[in-house]
Design a protein around this ligand. Structure first.
Ligand code: SER
Length: 580
């Protein structure tokens, strides 16, 4: 059964049972600042679960687009996807456990109206009870009345069988359905055996009925809601895999055509990389369709991160950039009838433009790699991920001295930390307004030097007093008057544009991958602070590892002026500059 048929059957089944069908809400939540993307089918319905009347009534069914990024590193295994569709039927203070369970079961098992699954392969769980709510005997009785043997019903604690979208909002105990995916069927299992089989994924979760009659505040269940709701959710990806006899949705009609195209085009096929590309491009397409564009914060940053991860993997797979367009078109054609917003051509160009930009950075690193540049320098100076170096080296039959790399990295970090301590003592001990403004000007200056003199320019030292800033940077000759003027003008232009200065925290590796400037003076913890100065169109003029502080907008800086440019030592120049 194809995915489109599953969606259709699901909605028709519940429509026949009095449910109004509503379209998926946007991936971008409308009135919920607590999440960047809808992570569950229930999110757009929270107000109604809390008691507001829904214009379509008390029985609703839908297929909701969802994004979950938390486990991005797991993507590529059988179960994890950054995007998925949730089939859901909803009772807003209408029916409760009896109908919810009965209909879930009926839909799963009915050959005519539903999926026609094999009841002897079904296992279910119920909530075992705790201080918030009792053992769910009612659900157990309902399951038994449907013919599920008692030994296939497992009572589990809140970790497994209490569903809530976060620390706040509607929540409640749940009853989950699991399906045996083995060829011959496992048969009866005790609780330990069942839990083990779910971990090994021979038995997989396919449906969750949540009985939302409680409310959480700040992580604590505070009591019952004014109405008893049902939130059921079945992941379309999982269900489709089950229906097509596959272990994973990567092998179903939802994603397999993209994987196959990659298999044909890749010079260097690798299943995991192909899955990462296929997963991330699909998610990126749905994000752009809902108006997200790549940037350095919030949603835009997540989108950018997905696109960049996909780009790195596509380079490893060695397929041409044009292929990305083909892959995105496969998805567009697959989904456009169900999600018309997918069809807009700009969705694809937003993604491929970002891919091209990032590919340039990576390719620059590749050239350096060919020249035999040291992996440490590749990583720190060119933002070229060490995993790519390893991969390329392996292809060429070379080895990478990882001990040496780690040693240099560690030294680099130590050095940076002491430089940081020194710098903050010498230059920025006094965080008054003047030094803060000069500090931001310092970032603009470094970015301007790189734009005028080339990417090879990197900071070698820094000192800021209340009166002036000083930067030492790697460059092997005297700057011409014309170059100095250009740099000065560029900084003043960026000041006039009134650009926002934005601080983001992110894992160090992410920052390196973004190509953030490693300022001598930044501390390299696992999570680092990066300051971005963004041009209006969302492109980034400056990005540096930096602890701050900075002004919030460049318009606060005034007029920038270079006082002096001179040599410090072989290959290192010094500029002193002021703000007037
Ligand atoms: N909210 C539940 C889930 O996401 C059921 O829809 O699993």
């Amino acid at each position: 059964m194809q995915s489109a048929e599953i969606r259709k059957r699901f909605l028709t089944f519940f429509e026949k049972r009095g449910h109004a069908i509503i379209p998926s809400a946007s991936l971008v939540p409308e009135n919920d600042p607590s999440v960047l993307f809808n992570t569950a089918g229930m999110q757009p319905l929270v107000p109604y679960l809390l008691g507001a009347p829904h214009p379509m009534g008390t029985r609703i069914a839908d297929v909701q687009k969802c994004v979950r990024i938390g486990d991005i590193e797991d993507i590529g295994d059988n179960r994890h996807f950054s995007f998925f569709e949730m089939l859901g039927n909803w009772s807003l203070g209408d029916y409760f456990k009896e109908d919810a369970i009965k209909w879930s079961y009926e839909f799963l098992m009915s050959k005519d109206e539903g999926l026609g699954l094999d009841p002897s392969r079904l296992y279910v769980t119920i909530f075992e009870g705790d201080e918030n709510a009792p053992y769910d005997q009612e659900s157990k009785d309902i399951w038994m009345s449907l013919g599920i043997p008692e030994q296939r019903i497992y009572a589990l604690p809140a970790d497994d069988n209490w569903w809530s979208p976060g620390d706040n909002g509607p929540c409640g105990p749940c009853s989950e359905m699991f399906y045996d995916m083995t060829e011959n069927g496992i048969g009866d299992l005790d609780k330990d055996g069942f839990v083990k089989a779910t971990k090994e994924e021979t038995i997989i979760e396919i449906w969750n009925d949540v009985f939302m009659e409680y409310e959480k505040k700040d992580g604590k269940v505070i009591g019952k809601l004014s109405q008893k709701n049902v939130d059921t959710g079945a992941g379309l990806e999982r269900i489709t895999a089950v229906m097509q006899g596959r272990k994973t949705a990567y092998e179903t009609d939802l994603i397999a055509p993209v994987i196959e195209k990659i298999r044909i085009e890749a010079r260097n096929f690798n299943d995991r990389y192909a899955r990462i590309v296929a997963d991330h491009l699909r998610t990126a397409l749905f994000m752009t369709a809902d108006g997200v564009i790549p940037s350095n914060k919030d949603r835009g940053y997540i989108l950018r991160r997905l696109i960049r991860r996909a780009t790195v993997r596509s380079l490893k797979l060695h397929f041409m950039n044009e292929i990305a367009v083909d892959l995105l078109n496969i998805y567009r054609d697959k989904y456009k009838d169900i999600y018309p917003e997918i069809a807009a051509p700009k969705n694809i160009s937003v993604i491929t433009d970002e891919m091209v930009k990032f590919k340039k950075t990576v390719e620059e690193g590749m050239k350096e790699f060919e020249k035999g540049t040291d992996p440490f320098e590749l990583a720190t100076t060119y933002g070229f991920p060490i995993e790519l170096t390893l991969e390329l080296a392996r292809e060429k039959g070379h080895t990478v001295d990882m001990d040496d790399f780690r040693k240099k990295m560690a030294e680099h970090q130590k050095l940076s930390q002491s430089a940081s301590a020194g710098m903050f003592k010498g230059g920025l001990a006094n965080h008054n307004e003047k030094t803060i403004r000069l500090h931001t000007a310092h970032h603009l200056l470094l970015a301007a030097l790189q734009e005028v003199l080339g990417k090879g320019v990197h900071q070698r030292g820094s000192n800021i007093t209340e009166e002036r800033l000083r930067i030492d940077f790697a460059f092997d000759r005297k700057m011409t008057d014309e170059e100095k003027k250009k740099v000065e003008d560029l900084v003043n232009e960026k000041i006039k544009m009134g650009l926002n200065v934005i601080r983001r925290e992110m894992p160090k590796e992410e920052a390196v991958q973004l190509g953030a400037e490693m300022e001598f003076g930044a501390k390299y913890a696992d999570v680092v602070s990066i300051y971005f100065i963004e041009d209006k169109e969302g492109s980034v003029f400056s990005k540096e590892f930096c602890g701050g502080p900075h002004v919030t907008n460049t318009s606060e800086l005034g007029q920038f002026k270079i006082l002096k440019e001179e040599a410090v030592s072989q290959g290192v120049r010094r500029i002193k500059a002021v703000l007037t």
